[in-house]
Ligand binder design. Structure first.
Ligand SMILES: Cc1ncc(COP(=O)(O)O)c(C=O)c1O
Length: 394
């Protein structure tokens, strides 16, 4: 339980300060309570939190996103990443007249029923219900294949190609711990989907404006048909967004036949806070600095593990990283599952005793912000070295 935070510190319910590596699950790239973001939100609150019509900042935030991400001509805001992914899939189904969705095991796209699906026993099979309450018939509209496996994509397309409306994935996976795409994976997926008339949806809810000013898609050189955004673009307030070419986006209501609505979509406080965040990121361009900090932390943690003869895999992309306690590379969900949970739990507990907060699960991501200082990173490495000396059996 926590009350709030400032910079890279979280203040828990007892008022204790913790070095925060959760950072609002990646939303708070500028740290907690950044003055520009809080100031913009305050000002809008005084004017009134909700207008029930389009707010000027909604237009401005959409314009800022369009300028930053070349594959996006038009944007629609939602109140969460979940809604944005759900609506992007609906849009893809309407645009293609097809039904099935291709997903990648270990990626997370929010908690709509059709996307809470787990892989069956085959390489490319219809999915199984991924949560109590998800009707198997819904899950069976979704095909699930392993991440980083183009062979499985080829097989899915050979089996179900004409029925697949879209493929959706995280360009760098953050929800099985960090898993980076193999060099040819995203380009290969783009080529296969284009060949078969399947729309490619890149879910940049985590990676958008985190790895570059724009999307990870720019970094990896892949142009999707639709992009989903969230987290950072809301400056710490609830948000999601769908973006893409006008030809597809105009199929959304009220211009087109694909239903979408939301009382709080495009919420004025979110819009001004998101705009203040992107303006700050555009002005400051902290990406080289975040990369340097991430790389420094990763190297120091790896060195400490080596010194203690503890096998780890440190998966990282820019300011997102995950430590896996295993000697085998982690490149998909199955390999992530083989990491030692006991060792992760031990390290997380030692960190916590030293006032350092990391996501309490092996399959989440540690996030750095512009507010993390070298001294905080050093304390993180020192505590990790201590944890390595008392490491339990895997
Ligand atoms: C990649 C990805 N997509 C979608 C979502 C869902 O976003 P929200 O929690 O805003 O519904 C998340 C949430 O963590 C996410 O990481």
């Amino acid at each position: 339980v926590a009350r709030g935070g400032h910079g890279a510190w979280l203040i828990d319910h007892e008022g204790t300060r913790l070095a925060d590596y959760i950072m609002g699950w990646g939303a708070l790239i500028l740290g907690h309570a950044h003055p520009a973001v809080v100031g913009a939100a305050h000002q809008q609150l005084r004017r009134g939190p909700l207008v029930g019509l389009t707010h000027p900042a909604e237009v401005e935030l959409a314009r800022t996103i369009v300028e930053a991400i070349p594959s996006i001509e038009q944007v629609r805001f939602t109140a969460s990443g979940t809604e944005a992914c759900m609506t992007a899939v609906r849009l893809a189904r309407a645009a293609t007249g097809r039904t099935n969705v291709l997903t990648f095991e270990g990626c997370y796209h929010g908690h709509s029923d059709g996307l809470l699906v787990k892989r069956g026993s085959g390489l490319a099979t219809f999915g199984l219900s991924g949560s109590a309450g998800v009707v198997p018939a819904y899950a069976a509209e979704t095909i699930v294949v392993p991440y980083n496996n183009l062979g499985a994509v080829e097989q899915a397309v050979a089996q179900f190609g004409e029925r697949i409306a879209c493929a959706i994935l995280e360009p760098v996976a953050a929800n099985m711990g960090v898993v980076v795409p193999a060099p040819e994976f995203l380009n290969g997926l783009r080529a296969i989907t284009a060949r078969h008339g399947i729309l490619l949806i890149i879910d940049e809810v985590v990676t958008g404006f985190r790895l570059t000013y724009g999307g990870a898609q720019g970094l990896v050189g892949v142009t999707p048909d639709l992009t989903v955004l969230g987290k950072i673009i809301g400056g710490g307030f609830p948000i999601g967004a769908i973006g893409g070419p006008r030809s597809i986006m105009q199929q959304l209501a009220p211009d087109g036949p694909v239903y979408h609505a939301g009382t709080f979509a495009g919420h004025p406080v979110t819009m001004v806070a998101g705009l203040a965040t992107l303006q700050e990121l555009k002005r400051r361009r902290p990406y080289a600095e975040l990369e340097a900090r991430g790389s420094h932390l990763a190297e120091a943690l790896s060195r400490a593990a080596r010194t203690a003869s503890v096998s780890i895999q440190l998966n990282r992309s820019g300011s997102m990283l995950t430590l896996f306690f295993t000697d085998a590379p982690v490149h998909d969900f199955a390999s992530a599952q083989r990491a030692s949970k006991a060792r992760f739990a031990h390290v997380a507990a030692v960190w916590r005793r030293h006032g350092i907060l990391v996501p309490p699960s092996q399959w989440e991501t540690m996030f750095l912000s512009t507010a993390h200082t070298p001294a905080m990173l050093e304390a993180c490495v020192d505590a990790f070295a201590k944890a390595c000396r008392t490491m339990p059996a895997p």
